[in-house]
Each structure stands twice: as C-alpha cells, then as structure tokens.
Ligand binder design. Structure first.
Ligand code: ATP
Length: 413
C-alpha cells in the first residue's frame, strides 16, 4: 500500500460548478488503467460490448474507508465508519436525509478532510487527518445532483474536458458518446438536450479520464418519476458495460434496491448494514433497516431457536435472524401475508381481521388490516380480495417460508 503525501490543498471546498469556472475532473489521469486488469472504459470490442468486470470479494477493494470520522463542530456526521467497495461493484449508500451520505462522498472525493480514520482508493491512502491528496489527483469521477455541465461548451467538449490533453481525445469522446447512447450528438449544446440526455453527458464526462471510482450523488433527483426510473437502469447498464466501480447515494429505497449490487444503509453517520438487495430485504439486521427498505410488519412472537409463533401463524427463523430465543418482534413483509375474503357460508371461520387501509399499486393491492391486540398489518390482497372495501372482514394466510426476528428492545441504527 502506498501512502500519498499532501500536495496542496483541495481546489475547492464545495462541489465545483461551471459558474465558478473550476474544473470537474482535470486530465491528470491520462494513462489507461489496463495494467491492473481494468478493461478500458467505454471501449466496444469487436463482436459486441466488453463483458462486465467480475465483482470479486477477494480482490483488493477499489475504495476502503477505515474508521472514517467527520465532524462539523459538535455534530458527528461520519462516525468511525468502515466500508469496502469492490472493483466493478455498484454500491448504493441509502439513508435518510441528513445521515451523512453526501459528506461521506465528499471525504472520498477530497472536498472534506476526515477528522479521524483514512480513505484509500486503489490501494493508495488518499486521506487521513494529516494527509490529503487534492481531488483532481484521486482518480475519482463525480456526477452531481445538479449536473454542472458547462453551458457554453458543446456536448463533445463537455465530455472531453477532463481529457483535453490526451492525443486520443476525439476517439475517446466518440466512444463515450456511443456508450451513453448519444452518438452523433457531440455538436449539440447542453440546453438542446433533455434532462435525461444531460445526465448521460455528465456520466460520460465523469467516465472519460477512466477513474478508479465514480461517485454519483442523487443524480436523478431533479427528474420526474418516469425519467428517473428509466434513467436509473440506463446508467446502471452504462456503468456495467464500462466496468466502472461506483458509489451511488440516494434516499430512495426503491432506487437503491433496483440498481445496487450491494446496498449500505447509513443512519446517523454509521453503516447499519451492507448486503446485496435481496439479503438486506429478507434478513435485515435490525428494525430500522427492516422498515427503511420496504414495508415491515413487526409482530410480537415467541421464539424457540428454530421457529417463531405469532398471532398470524408459525414461521421458521432464517439463518441470519438476529434474535432467536424468548420473546421477539417477528418480521413479515406484505407478500408473506395474504388477505382473503371470508366465506360467509362457512360458519367455522371467525374473521379476526378487518380492512382499515388500502393501497392500489396497479399490479398489486396492499391492504392494511386491524386484528387482535390492536395489531395492524400490511398484507397483499388475494385476487378474490381485490374488490373488498374498508371495514370488510378478511382471513390472513401466511405464505412466507422463513423470516427474521429482533429482540423486543432493539431499534437499530
Ligand atoms: P441529504 O440526503 O439531505 O442530502 P445527507 O445524508 O447527504 O443528506 P449530509 O449532506 O452529509 O447528509 O449532511 C449531514 C449533516 O451534516 C447535516 O446535518 C448537515 O446539515 C451537516 N453538514 C453538512 N455539511 C456541513 C458543513 N460544511 N458545515 C456544517 N454542517 C454541515
């Protein structure tokens, strides 16, 4: 591991913007990074696009945060945070507003200096309280919330800005425009493009100098839902084809779960859990994560190590369950509970649940039902229950095979 010496202070204490005339990511990284096995970014090989770089747990991480702490006065914004990002991985940092996501990215990019701990990028220590490599020397690409395209430069000049001293600049810009689906539009000015196209220009510009890591800070927050949904998949695919390593910050859990290889849930300056989306959803580490990534019904139950017994039925405890014995809160996702209409002719069925809420989401309908001991649960409507109304009785069927439980006092975070 190499240790970088301090070489001047960061050019800017904020994200650079065109209006200040600062350079997003100057062309310091002129060499291709193929020596370490990276595919050249954005290069389309004969016979089709390059295969995505495999994400391997064993490889040295592209980014490593070790005990990172950042304070503003008495406010601890990043709190002894440890995190690895693997090469080729799309890591999404998901957390509520104000939990420290942007500050974390700014520490990686070089716009903030940590108070404790270290930032390593591609096995170089780039920041400690005593050492800070300036942003333009960190080989980091950034896509901002507000695009920060240069309005007076053409699309091609925006994309090529960070590599303007490279002799192969024109070819590289053409490759990148092809990669982001804007081939032939290099002469357009930014204002002649839609918001989504502008975002793709910003991404191409960030990828141009072949950075070791691309940081994306809520890049779609200014777009409407339809564009946002489409663009998130496009950007994901572009990054995958480029073989880029990326950290993507959002407070939108649906966005996080749909695009991430791995999601790190951040709360109050710490990483509460980091795991692939399915693992996070099915085996959250605590009630905070459970409720932050999807709808969570937390039902009191008795646990015997293998099985949880609850008012909605008995269910096996998953291997990753944080709590297994005694009393606990048992997690049921809405799709694990199905509401069915009560057959009035069957006198044996005594309805214990009534509909008190309803959410129509097109292909599915979620019902909130109230039952014994004041329990209120969100569940999926059986096809026959889609037309039921508020106040109608239902029976609940347990569909899930296994779940997790938390201790009664746990809140997480
Ligand atoms: P959001 O999703 O709303 O953008 P975030 O998770 O990205 O939030 P940060 O922007 O990192 O959160 O801010 C975390 C906390 O640090 C906030 O309380 C914010 O007010 C505070 N903060 C951020 N930058 C500074 C600064 N330069 N000086 C003082 N306080 C700051």
């Amino acid at each position: 591991m190499r240790v970088s010496r301090t070489e001047g202070s960061p050019e800017s204490q904020g994200w650079p913007t065109p209006s200040t005339g600062t350079v997003p990511w100057p062309a310091t990284a002129t060499g291709a990074s193929t020596a370490d096995g990276h595919a050249p970014l954005g290069v389309t090989e004969p016979g089709g696009p390059p295969s995505p770089r495999p994400v391997t747990a064993e490889a040295e991480p592209a980014v490593r945060l070790v005990g990172l702490t950042k304070r503003f006065g008495s406010l601890v914004v990043c709190d002894r945070l440890d995190l690895d990002v693997r090469r080729g991985e799309m890591l999404v940092i998901l957390g509520p507003s104000g939990c420290g996501k942007t500050t974390l990215l700014r520490c990686i990019a070089g716009f903030e200096t940590p108070d404790e701990g270290a930032v390593e990028i591609a096995e170089r220590v780039v920041a400690t309280p005593a050492v800070s490599l300036p942003p333009e020397r960190r080989r980091v690409g950034v896509v901002f919330q507000d695009l920060a395209l240069f309005p007076h430069l053409s699309v091609a000049k925006n994309v090529g800005y960070g590599i303007r001293r490279r002799p192969d600049r024109e070819r590289r810009v053409a490759e990148l425009l092809e990669l982001v689906g804007l081939a032939g539009l290099g002469d357009r000015m930014p204002h002649e493009l839609s918001g989504g196209m502008q975002q793709r220009v910003a991404l191409a510009r960030a990828l141009a100098p072949e950075p070791d890591i691309v940081l994306l800070d809520e890049p779609f927050s200014s777009l409407d839902v339809a564009h946002r949904t489409r663009l998130r998949f496009e950007v994901r695919e572009i990054l995958r084809r480029a073989g880029a390593t990326a950290i993507f910050v959002t407070h939108d859990q649906e966005e996080a779960l749909t695009i991430a290889d791995r999601v790190a849930v951040m709360v109050q300056g710490r990483i509460a859990q980091s795991a692939p989306p399915e693992v996070l959803y099915e085996t959250p580490a605590n009630p905070f994560v459970a409720t932050f990534v999807g709808i969570a019904n937390l039902v009191p139950g008795d646990l015997d190590g293998r099985v949880a017994r609850t008012p909605v039925g008995q269910i096996a405890l998953a291997a990753g369950s944080p709590h297994r014995l005694g009393h606990g809160l048992v997690l049921f996702r809405p799709e694990q509970l199905q509401a069915e209409p009560v057959d009035a002719s069957d006198g044996r069925v005594v309805p214990r649940w009534r509909i008190v809420g309803r959410r129509f989401a097109g292909s599915e309908i979620l019902l909130e039902v109230a039952g014994p001991d004041g329990l209120r649960l969100w569940c999926e409507a059986d096809p026959a229950a889609r037309r039921l109304q508020m106040g109608d009785p239902v029976v609940l069927r347990l569909r899930g095979e296994r779940t997790v439980a938390f201790s009664l006092g746990s809140r997480g975070g």
